[in-house]
Design a protein around this ligand. Structure first.
Ligand SMILES: [Zn+2]
Length: 62
């Protein structure tokens, strides 16, 4: 029997991925994490990422 790698649905791209980071109980895939890190704050994509991540942060702060 072969081990099937555990997949998690990325909260940014909404795709099941095997590698990435966990932010609290949520998952961000490696590709999206890299994208977020490289995205300039001025970039409109940055807002998109923040929008996706905001519910987690708000959930943990409150
Ligand atoms: Zn992703």
């Amino acid at each position: 029997m072969r081990d099937t790698p555990e997949t998690h649905v990325c909260i940014v791209c909404r795709e099941p991925k095997t590698s990435g980071i966990r932010i609290w109980d949520q998952f961000v895939c490696a590709a999206c994490e890299r994208e977020i890190v490289q995205t300039d704050v001025e970039d409109e994509k940055y807002d998109f990422y923040i929008e996706r991540l905001k519910p987690i942060w708000l959930d943990k702060i409150s």
